[in-house]
Structure formats: structure tokens, C-alpha cells
Write a protein that binds this ligand. Structure first.
Ligand code: CA2
Length: 152
């Protein structure tokens, strides 16, 4: 069975590539998603994408991941990373493995970005590596889901 990975992006990440390139890079979200889709295609895996500026929509999408055969999540919750107990509770509730990704190195930025409500639930976090961070997370996810399906 092929693995299914959900890439979840939070508020304002739809603006990627339009401003603040020094912080977030010059690539659009669509461009990053196209690269990830190609990586997944080469592995015979499925990757699906969801971006929302709304906390409740992200919570709902996490809930439906539990029912739609998602094996693994890659999560950049944007600013909700630093504020949202609701997203934390949703990720804890579905018990799906996930990697937290940030384009920027949040630890080199303002103090309020140093805390994540999600990080201790994540298998791992990747910060500061720009769009490549999503690719590394996906490569890990594909290895992880392949190994787990062999074990079960
Ligand atoms: O570095 C990341 O990936 C962040 O998750 C991005 C969030 C920020 O609140 C987090 O602390 C770190 C902000 C996303 C804003 O994205 C924009 C993209 C282009 C132009 C303006 C904002």
C-alpha cells in the first residue's frame, strides 16, 4: 500500500514568494508543493496539501486526516505554532506521526517564536532550512511509512 502524507500549512504561508524573501525565500507555496509532489511521485507515494489562514479549518483537516488514510503529517502551522492549544490538541488526538517544519530559524528570531505548542508532540522539527526543510521532512516521512508498513 502506498503511503499518504499530508502537508499542512498555516496562516500567511499562502503569501510565500510575494514578500519578505529574505526571511521566507522567494519560492511560492505552489512551487514548493509541486516539488514535493514530484518527490512523492518518484517514490510511488501520495502527498496531499492543505493551507488555511483559519485555525478551525486546520483543526478540521487534522481530524479528517485520521479518517482519510493519512500516514504522516508535515506541519508548518505558521504563527499558530506559538499560540494554538487547539492545534496541539488536534494533533495529539489523531495520534498520527508528524514533523514540524519552519522555513525560518525561529530560534534566531523574536523570543515569542522560540516556543512551540507542537514541538514536543512531533517526531522531529526542521527549522531555518527554507523550502528544503519540507523536502527533508517528506523524505523522512516516506522512509518512516515504508518501514512501518513492513513492520505491520
Ligand atoms: O518560518 C516559518 O515557517 C514560520 O512558521 C512562518 C510564520 C511565522 O509566524 C513563524 O514564526 C515561523 C509566518 C508565515 C508568514 O509567511 C509569509 C510569507 C510571505 C510573506 C509574508 C508572510
Amino acid at each position: 500500500m502506498s503511503s499518504r502524507v499530508l502537508v499542512l500549512n498555516g496562516p500567511n504561508l499562502n503569501l510565500l514568494g510575494t514578500r519578505e524573501p529574505a526571511v521566507y525565500g522567494s519560492r511560492s507555496l505552489a512551487d514548493i508543493e509541486a516539488e514535493l509532489a514530484e518527490v512523492a511521485r518518484r517514490s510511488g507515494a501520495e502527498v496531499v496539501f492543505f493551507q488555511s489562514n483559519h485555525e478551525g479549518a486546520l483543526v478540521d483537516r487534522i481530524h479528517s486526516a485520521k479518517l482519510d488514510g493519512t500516514d504522516f503529517l508535515i506541519v508548518n502551522a505558521g504563527a499558530f505554532t506559538h499560540t494554538s492549544v487547539a492545534l496541539r490538541d488536534a494533533l495529539a488526538a489523531v495520534e498520527l506521526p508528524f514533523i514540524e517544519v519552519h522555513l525560518s530559524n525561529v530560534h534566531r528570531r523574536e523570543q515569542f517564536r522560540h516556543h512551540s505548542y507542537l514541538a514536543d508532540l512531533a517526531l522531529g522539527t526542521i527549522v531555518g532550512l527554507g523550502a528544503a526543510g519540507y523536502r527533508y521532512a517528506l523524505e523522512y516521512a516516506l522512509g518512516h511509512t515504508a518501514k512501518n508498513s513492513k513492520d505491520h
